[in-house]
Ligand binder design. Sequence first.
Ligand code: SAM
Length: 283
Amino acid sequence: MLSYRHAFHAGNFADVLKHLIQVDILSYLQQKDKPFVYIDTHSGAGLYSFNSEEAEKNAEYETGITRLKARPVAGCEDYLQVVAQVKPEYDRSSISPDSLYPGSPRIAQIMLREQDRAQLFELHPQDHQRLDELMRRDRRITVSKSDGFKGLVAALPPKERRGLVLIDPPYEVKSDYDTVVSTLEKAHRRFATGIYALWYPVVDRARIEQMVQGLKKTGIPRIQLFELGLSADTEGRGMTSSGMIVINPPWTLKNKMDELLPQLAERLGGEQGVWKSEELAGE
Ligand code: SAM
């Protein structure tokens, strides 16, 4: 069962948080010349157009990237610059650059250097095909139409011994909430120094608390949690917030997010906007 399509949600407030943190971590990895690897367990199609039927359905990007671009928050420059680099001519498309939004693999591709590489996993046949077409000519990048949870564990430890793993499942299958924890535990055992970023939706708060408890029980150190939402938690009214859990975060990330999150919550959610920044596990 694969009904989730990221094209309906691209550029929404959840993507803003996820991709802002992704860009921050990749910028941190770029500070040393030594190569790094980027692994994306759930990649999506890689590039989205706000003019597509899917994006137009609920126009979710309007309360995300569109709002942020209209009134940028200081500290989001790197992220906005990466988004602005997705040009139609580069992407061989005839649509206006303002209506394009990069998915996490495209963001990584923009930020990879000659010496770096990426391993991308995507199971949906159509999204896999689009992603494969987008990345085919880039010899630094491999795209696999296979399960990202299993693919990640098999790919570790990477020869570079440094890198970012993004885990961004659709949580359509409720077992994903447990699978992310067991996968992180296995992955961390093989590659303890890697940076891991796990995205999650806040639809049912109890489920998230259970997932966080599960993660704490693994004993993995150095874990931080960041959340951004358009309104407070509700019961059964869809996603109000989303979060990113980061293992081995850059040492500057928490301070940066502590400054940014209140402003982003206000910018995207107005008076209803909510945010969270917590340390789940220390050294
Ligand atoms: N990371 C993307 C981004 O930020 O642009 C969005 C990814 S989307 C939330 C989740 C994707 O995971 C969907 O495209 C879905 O088809 C894919 N998917 C679902 N289960 C998967 C699995 N077990 N392995 C790999 N991909 C999977």
